[in-house]
Ligand binder design. Sequence first.
Ligand code: ADP
Length: 258
Amino acid sequence: MFIAFLILLIVILSFVLIRLWSKRAALFAEIDRQKDELLGIVSHQLATPVTSIKWYLEMMQSGDLGELQPGQKEHVGAMQSITTNLADLVTMILDVSRIQLGKVKISKQELNLNEFFKEILDTILPKAKEKNIVMRVSLPPDLPMAMLDKRYTRMTVENLLSNAVKYTPEKGTVDFAIERHGDVLSCTVRDTGVGIPKEDQSKIFGKLYRASNVRNKMDGNGFGLYVAKGAIEAQGGKIWFESTEGKGTSFFIELPIK
Ligand code: ADP
């Protein structure tokens, strides 16, 4: 009798605990959702004034508001680069909140892939040169026109390439290869850098996640890969990687282009 009562008590207690736990989990999920919504609203509100500041600085720099002295030009140039970084961060936060809330809006447009990748390389090659990194590019000259979301795809490829350069020590190598297999475009970014420790690999696409070997040692915020994964998957593609700590990392993307 006592044992039956004890079992009944345990069952009731477990039931109450499970209910309390699931209520707590639902509450946390709701708080998380509200936080992402707030982030979305704040970054959306910030985007307009930041863009206006960028325009005004551009007008100052080009002399539309009167010629600047050389010293003033230099300061306006510095403000421009700070504002560009700020604008990129605001956009990144907005993207994170959209992905988290499942509200990514893909707008595909026809892209000339050769021009598209060359534009990206124009921003990356100087950074690689600065670190004496050898960049080997394999870009077939006859890539077709492709239907892709330009902003998201550019952001993803740029992030993979700038990570490869950032996480590869001086005199290393970064390979960038584009291939087309029917209606699928594949992109590989391979580096001889610091690699990603095994224990961090399953979490690397998580929001704000940074691996233990770079955390507090190299600049970064851990937004890029989270947005990259959201951006590629929202276009029906795949993104994955292989890495060995101390040896290097390869990131792969596959995207349908029709
Ligand atoms: P960030 O580079 O700003 O920290 P990302 O989201 O782009 O953020 O990358 C997340 C993490 O993935 C990085 O902090 C780093 O630990 C790891 N990572 C990404 N790319 C590489 C790479 N090419 N080599 C080594 N680690 C990488």
